[in-house]
Design a binder for this molecule. Structure first.
Ligand code: NDP
Length: 263
């Protein structure tokens, strides 16, 4: 039996086991996908081998640690420097990032977007900023602290921390912070958020499966919005395709994985 897992802290909320196990069952594949609660990101590689995994997903806050521990990194993950999918290939850990393509697929329904304000500066913000700029959408990054902004500055993106930011119109506001995941916080101070929403065409919270304070404010503003479910599905399909070495077409994976959202 092939074993897979998701590494994160927290990880109990993750829908990935249900999504991937539904696909394995539907395709008749002898495989099992579990959760691994990992507090120390630096131990990811050792735990991967100790559990004899064939592949893994990585979630908050270990994507950058995963990047550092892979033997080889492929595709857009090389630029993002954050890995959310690992596949064991000839005894080596190969890292990928499926968040970027998953997100771009999820925002198609918003129509034409030219500018985006990304709240947060972690691994997900990196993935989204690169994907957006490749899709000819200009990303601006706003984070509560300076530390993680250097990566985005090197990529040539406009970056701000709360103290040096003045609101202006952005087509879409995207929350990539973990505010609201395990607490009741907004990703930015409320007056600033309300001002930004009043000038935007839409908003997305990449957190899924719960109504975050950010999502609640968007609903009140009556803007078009999405939570992270569509992105979760799209990145999961791409990850599963990698786990199964491309043996099954995307459509064969997407159908049962989508069904798992109704379970
Ligand atoms: P990281 O830990 O890499 O980054 C978190 C970011 O959030 C940092 O910029 C941090 O700021 C900021 N932050 C954390 N708490 C707060 C707060 N209370 N207020 C304001 N800012 C805060 O996380 P990831 O980028 O890996 O993931 C972020 C979120 O995206 C998670 O909730 C995750 O579940 C979700 N996600 C969803 C996906 C989907 O498919 N729907 C895919 C990937 C991620 P600082 O730098 O100051 O610490």
């Amino acid at each position: 039996m092939r074993l897979f897992s998701i590494f994160g802290d927290p990880v109990s909320h993750s829908r990935s086991p249900l999504m991937h196990n539904t696909v394995f069952k539907s395709l008749g594949i002898d495989a099992c996908y579990t959760r691994t609660h990992l507090t120390e990101g630096s131990q990811l590689r050792d735990v991967f081998f100790a559990k004899a995994l064939s592949g893994a997903n990585v979630t908050v806050p270990h994507k950058e640690a995963a990047y550092a521990q892979c033997d080889e990194v492929r595709g857009i993950a090389k630029i993002i420097k954050a890995v959310n999918t690992i596949v064991l290939e000839d005894g080596k850990l190969i890292g990928y990032n499926t968040d970027a393509d998953g997100f771009m697929s999820a925002i198609q329904s918003f129509g034409e977007i030219k500018t985006a304000l990304i709240l947060g500066a972690g691994g997900t913000a990196r993935a989204l900023s690169i994907a957006l700029s490749r899709g000819e959408i200009t990303p601006t990054i706003l984070n509560r602290s300076r530390g993680r902004l250097e990566y985005f500055e090197c990529e040539g993106f406009e970056c701000f921390e709360w103290d040096d930011f003045t609101a202006k119109p952005y087509d879409i506001i995207i929350n990539t912070t973990s505010a609201g995941l395990n607490d009741t916080e907004l990703p930015i101070p409320r007056p600033l958020l309300l001002e930004l929403l009043s000038q935007a065409k839409g908003a997305i919270d990449v957190i899924y499966g719960k109504e975050t304070p950010f999502l609640r404010e968007i609903k009140v503003s009556a803007l078009p919005y999405k939570d992270g479910s569509d992105m979760l599905l799209a990145q999961g399909v791409l990850a599963n395709h990698l786990f199964l070495n491309g043996e099954y077409p995307i459509e064969a994976i997407e159908l049962p994985m989508k069904r798992s959202f109704d379970l």
